[in-house]
Design a protein around this ligand. Structure first.
Ligand code: FMN
Length: 190
């Protein structure tokens, strides 16, 4: 299965980077296959230092802020094992890339689990969060699909967000709406 979360890597100078990522995992979370695009900063970092930390989270606001290029305001701690750990995560997994297939634009990096820790309980399922994740993924593909599929999906999911979202989800949704509005305005200017 694929789980969505946040991945921290570090560049050669040791400066951490965080990006939303959806690795393929087994149900026991022991085997990990990351699939970053060759063009991503995450991939470039992993070529320099083959270590990363995947985080299970229950807040979609930083995901949306990151994909829109805003400051996500995430706090990180450097762990003894070499992991950059997000303080607000529910659980983290420190990984080492052991094998890679970079023949396609979307690479496949097999990882070994080095260490893991549960920091707190997951907040539970929320339909607004899942709806926002769907739109966030679509937003990262706008250069391939254009804006229309996003507008269509947002219209369908609006009621769920209104009915089930809390303040974090409302803020994330508003950021996505602003992105769509600005994108359409820029299209009309062309
Ligand atoms: C929930 C979610 C999952 C994602 N999973 C992946 C992924 O598996 N591989 C990938 O290359 N980009 C993925 N993306 C998109 C990247 O986060 C995004 O394109 C980012 O700009 C690339 O990462 P970078 O900051 O390392 O350049 C995902 C985005 C979201 C919102």
């Amino acid at each position: 299965m694929i789980i969505e979360g946040l991945l921290t890597t570090a560049n050669q100078a040791g400066v951490p980077h965080v990006a939303p990522m959806g690795p393929l995992v087994d149900e026991q979370l022991r085997t990990w296959l990351l699939r970053p695009y060759r063009t991503s900063c995450t991939f470039q970092n992993l070529q320099l230092r083959p270590y990363c930390t995947f985080h299970i989270i229950d807040d979609v606001l930083p995901v949306v802020r990151l994909i829109l290029g805003h400051d996500a305001g995430l706090l990180m701690d450097y762990h003894d094992c070499g992991a950059w750990v997000l303080r607000d995560a529910c659980r983290w997994f420190h990984l080492e890339v052991t094998q890679q297939n970079c023949s396609q634009l979307r690479t496949e990096l097999s990882c070994r689990l080095i260490d893991q820790q549960e920091l707190r309980a997951h907040g539970g399922w929320n339909r607004a969060q899942h709806s926002i994740l769907e739109i966030a993924i679509l937003v990262t593909r706008t250069h391939l699909t254009g804006i229309s599929p996003i507008c269509e999906q947002m219209r369908e999911l609006q009621t769920i967000v209104d009915k089930t979202g809390g303040s974090r989800e409302v803020e994330a949704w508003e950021l996505l709406r602003t992105f769509v509005t600005q994108y359409r305005e820029s299209e009309n200017l062309e």
